[in-house]
Ligand binder design. Structure first.
Ligand code: ADP
Ligand code: ASP
Ligand code: MG
Length: 439
């Protein structure tokens, strides 16, 4: 069975929902279909929560009402019978009354997560109702019964596999199994989510759990491009990526994929195909276990990076220094992306600055600490194994005019990363496209 995920734009209007329905039913094969919220909805739900955190129920109320009107407006366009218009209207009214109920009483991150979950709950119900109205043998399975995270907020893979298989086995014979992306339960059974963009992760977790034939991520662009199309002109799709290459690109900022969604697919050996709902015949990108030798595939950039430098004359030949430094980051649950060391200092980058002040204070015991904000990691991905002479030189040559704060090469065979100022991001990406891809 295949697992197909459709992102926010792919279900962004009633017409797009109809197109998705046509796409998933065309070949008559059974499949699992993971849906995001309609585009813009999760952002609105975040904004509603923000008003509630700020104890402004009127602000939240007005956004909920606007969103409700928008959704009720979709009903007439999506359904052709009074029966399904009526059923969906009732469902939507219940949903929006539920959202309004949060404007009274205590508001914490628990309530916020419940609010954020409603976007996917609404879109999946709307599409399932449309399929049922069209006579398709479809069923909606709740992701809250299949996807769970553990105490470290990481997907609990054994639980996910058991529950997903159990849900599918308990409901045999359907052509289309619809479920929500993004939403899950946490280790305490509360409603939670897999972070923004997390529907890709859901699809890959389900695909790995059922050892799917293929996981397809349907979005609004023809596959993974060789550079960020929002920043650089003349980018082109990359037709094939090795799992590791895709994982690095996703982690280092290629927004088309959730940062960690490739891991489960890689472990289960399930290929991932990136496809375009706006051009379903376009070939897209296949991500699989094949490594193409001798090519640089793509460039990506990760924003909001902070660089921390620790200089210490005492570090000279001191064993245990790096352990002490890393222990501090571990204590404050802050992961490090890039590291560069010399005999007298070490520089690391982080993207989560929640505990920066405490980390800085502790690091001061071991050396002189400097912090640089507004940095950006630019990552070049491809066959960058040591024996491939000259590839890293080409990447470095592209950056002749740009002040580079850190370079990381040799951590894997697939990546060379540069730390530059956020203000230099665009010209860095452009320079790399020009040199590496003649764009
Ligand atoms: P969805 O809502 O379907 O999950 P996203 O907006 O999360 O879609 O991801 C698709 C977008 O990712 C594209 O529209 C594109 O602007 C952006 N993007 C960023 N980097 C890349 C890249 N290297 N290749 C393709 N798309 C990219
Ligand atoms: N709806 C969620 C978001 O906007 C998840 C997703 O679309 O992948 O982040
Ligand atoms: Mg996305």
């Amino acid at each position: 069975m295949k697992v197909l995920k459709f992102g926010g734009t792919s279900v962004g209007t009633p017409q797009r929902m109809k197109d998705v329905a046509a796409l998933i039913t065309a070949d008559g094969q059974p499949k699992v279909v993971v849906l995001s919220a309609m585009s813009g909805t999760t952002n609105t739900l975040v904004e509603i929560s923000d008003y509630l955190y700020k104890k402004n129920p009127e602000g939240a109320y007005s956004l909920i009402n606007q969103l409700e009107q928008k959704y009720l407006g979709h009903v007439a366009e999506l359904y052709s019978t009074d029966e399904w218009r009526g059923r969906t209207t009732t469902f939507l009214q219940e949903e929006f009354n539920y959202l309004r109920s949060f404007t009274k009483g205590l508001f914490t991150s628990f309530e916020e997560k419940v609010i954020l979950a409603q976007g996917e709950i609404i879109s999946t119900n709307m599409v399932t109702n449309y399929l049922l109205e069209s006579g398709v043998n479809a069923i909606l399975l709740s992701a809250l019964d299949m996807i769970r995270t553990d105490k470290n907020a990481e997907p609990d893979f054994n639980y996910i596999r058991e529950c997903t298989v159990a849900q599918l086995t308990a409901n045999p014979g359907y052509q289309i199994y619809i479920t929500q992306g993004f939403i899950c339960r946490n280790a305490y059974g509360e409603i939670d989510n897999l972070l923004r963009g997390g529907s890709d992760y859901t699809a890959c977790l389900i695909g790995a759990a059922i050892e799917a034939e293929e996981i397809q991520i349907w979005t609004d662009i023809d596959g993974m491009h060789n550079n960020d199309p929002r920043v650089v002109e003349h980018t082109v799709p990359v037709r094939q990526l090795y799992f590791e290459e895709a994982a690095e690109l996703a982690y280092f900022g290629a927004k088309i994929l959730h940062p960690t969604c490739i891991q489960p697919a890689k472990f289960a050996g399930v290929p991932v195909r990136l496809l375009n709902t706006l051009a379903p015949q376009a070939p897209g990108t296949i991500i699989n276990n094949e490594m193409q030798r001798g090519t640089i595939k793509a460039v990506a950039a990760k924003d909001n990076i902070t660089c921390i430098g620790i200089q210490s004359s005492r570090m000279l030949l001191a064993h245990g220094f790096l352990r002490k430094v890393f222990e501090i980051f571990e204590t404050y649950k802050t992961s490090i992306d890039m590291i560069c060391t010399s005999e007298v200092g070490v520089s690391v980058t982080i993207d989560n600055t929640t505990n920066l002040r405490a980390i800085k204070d502790e690091l001061k015991k071991y050396g002189t600490v400097s912090v640089e904000h507004d940095m950006c990691i630019v990552c070049v991905v491809g066959d960058l194994a040591t024996q491939n002479v000259g590839f890293e030189t080409r990447a470095c040559n592209a950056l002749q005019e740009i002040p580079v704060r850190m370079i990381s090469y040799g951590g894997s065979n697939h990546n060379i990363s540069f730390l530059v100022k956020a203000a230099d991001k665009q010209r860095t990406l452009q320079a790399l496209s020009k040199t590496l891809f003649n764009a």
